[in-house]
Design a protein around this ligand. Structure first.
Ligand SMILES: [Zn+2]
Length: 162
């Protein structure tokens, strides 16, 4: 039952009260008991309707809270993505050795060497900053990603002195 129905039932209740007043004035016992029964029925209907309205309001309140939580989570995610995007924009592809690409900081590469290189697949696919670590392998140096463990050949040869 909706709020409009509650109002209509309250209107009918007023009519029942008017009826009982005229029945009392006429001292008509059967009309009085009939009108009383009618009033009781109306009161019961209004109680039921207000109970349903309360339940509806409470479930709507829950729904609003759920929506607010969703909005908070989305705002946090948007902020996170914006942060990742601005981070990514600071880096550009750099050819480490022939056909081998890593991410280098744009500002740093403009005035010479990049201070560090990042693993491009880790940055673009899983949004993680894998700062490449220089390691030596037999006869050569590689840059290793601490996240995906990929080894980027630098093309630099280890200087072996006998
Ligand atoms: Zn990686």
């Amino acid at each position: 039952m909706e709020i409009a129905t509650i109002s209509a039932t309250l209107g009918a209740l007023k009519t029942s009260i008017d009826l009982i007043k005229s029945a009392v004035a006429a001292h008509d016992e059967s009309k009085i008991s009939g009108a009383l029964k009618d009033i009781n029925d109306r009161i019961f209907q209004v109680q039921n309707a207000s109970l349903q309205a309360q339940e509806k309001m409470s479930s709507m309140r829950d729904e609003i809270e759920t929506l607010k939580d969703g909005k908070r989570q989305l705002s946090a995610r948007v902020a996170e993505l914006e942060h990742q995007k601005s981070d990514r924009e600071k880096y550009d592809l750099h050819e480490l050795s022939e056909g081998v690409f890593v991410l280098a900081k744009i500002e740093a590469s403009q005035n010479g060497r990049s201070s560090h290189y990042l693993c491009q697949p880790c940055m673009d696919n899983v949004a993680k900053k894998g700062v490449l670590q220089r390691e030596s392998r037999p006869f050569t140096y590689i840059l290793s990603c601490p996240i995906c463990k990929y080894e980027y050949p630098t093309g630099e040869v280890v200087d072996v002195r006998f």
